[in-house]
Design a protein around this ligand. Structure first.
Ligand SMILES: Cc1cc2nc3c(=O)[nH]c(=O)nc-3n(C[C@H](O)[C@H](O)[C@H](O)COP(=O)(O)OP(=O)(O)OC[C@H]3O[C@@H](n4cnc5c(N)ncnc54)[C@H](O)[C@@H]3O)c2cc1C
Length: 289
């Protein structure tokens, strides 16, 4: 008999999580013949079951932060107030035209360093093709789960039904439009089929004793990973300017939708923590200082 048999049972179960679709698929993998009973000489199957999950969303959680508009003010005012600027910024009512004016001036004239004295740490779950784009942003700190030291979870991305599928226009400025019903069905079916087959292949290799770092080579970029990413407001604004599409931007960008989904969630936290800085960022065309 074959060393490994696998049986895939589709068990569609739609759950709505944060407005997006997640589907669970039970994948039962019958392991290889691992031992022969000396008494009976018969072989036994070791059965393991792993659930494949398909997601169309991303997770972004703010897990730590030390970031406020006052952090920008004390850093900027050291130039005129010296060591007194820290205490002065703590006492100051931030909702003053003076504070707003200074932050707006720094943003407009691109005095960027006062926006660096703060920190935001996010926990992110997204497919690896998103992480590949994410990590091009070098002025951030990253730590990601390891495919060498742990078995990767069977969680894969499939485009949601609201994900535009058809690109028109020129490179660098593509527009994306909804796909037909047939294109949508095909994109989802192919993404799910490949993920299911690839994960079964991964499991077969693990069950055969092959190292995780080798077995993972069959897994597609749609598999989810997780990481912590730490940025300051200046590096976050650079990220947001490039990874969100806004008509109001002085330099419009055309990011892939899936990294934009991460950026939008990060932007919400930034806006809540540093409202004056966020306002100035938008009023000055979303150009990172
Ligand atoms: C829509 C879009 C399409 C893209 N397409 C491609 C593509 O086809 N191929 C590809 O390879 N990449 C592509 N990228 C990635 C892009 O080229 C950048 O690597 C990415 O956006 C990170 O930008 P950054 O360098 O400004 O960010 P960070 O690395 O975070 O740097 C922030 C800023 O710090 C300064 N800086 C950082 N490192 C250096 C350095 N070594 N020297 C000098 N200054 C530095 C720069 O001012 C920089 O803007 C794309 C990005 C976007 C948004």
């Amino acid at each position: 008999m074959d060393a490994v048999d696998f049986v895939t049972n589709w068990r569609a179960c739609r759950s709505r999580r944060r407005g997006t679709r997640a589907r669970l698929v039970a994948l039962a993998i019958l392991g290889s013949v691992t031992k022969a009973s000396p008494a009976s000489e018969s072989s036994t199957h070791v059965e393991t079951a792993a659930a494949i999950q398909f997601r169309s969303d991303v997770t972004v959680e703010l897990v730590r932060s030390n970031a406020s508009d006052a952090d920008v003010l004390f850093a900027a005012r050291v130039s005129t107030q010296g060591e007194q600027s820290l205490a002065a910024a703590k006492d100051e009512n931030l909702d003053t035209s003076r504070s707003k004016g200074l932050i707006n001036y720094l943003m407009r004239d691109r005095h960027g360093s006062p926006f660096e004295h703060n920190s935001l740490t996010f926990y992110v779950q997204a497919p690896i093709f998103v992480f590949r784009e994410f990590m091009r942003h070098r002025i951030a700190s990253y730590n990601e789960e390891s495919g060498r030291y742990r078995e990767l979870n069977a969680v894969f991305y499939v485009p949601g039904h609201d994900r535009n599928l058809v690109q028109v226009g020129k490179p660098g400025a593509y527009e994306f439009h909804p796909g037909s019903a047939e294109q949508t069905r095909l994109a989802v079916a192919e993404a799910e089929r490949i993920a299911t087959e690839a994960y079964a292949s991964y499991r077969r290799m693990l069950e055969a004793g092959i190292a995780r770092e080798v077995a993972r080579i069959v897994l597609p970029l749609s598999i989810y990973s997780s990481m912590y990413v730490t940025v300051n407001a200046r590096s976050l604004m650079n990220f947001l300017s490039l990874r969100t599409k806004r008509e109001s931007s002085h330099f419009p960008s055309y990011p892939q939708r899936e990294i934009e989904m991460c950026a939008e969630k990060m932007e919400e936290h930034f806006a809540a923590l540093m409202p004056l800085t966020y306002e100035a960022f938008n009023e000055n065309g979303r150009v990172a200082p």
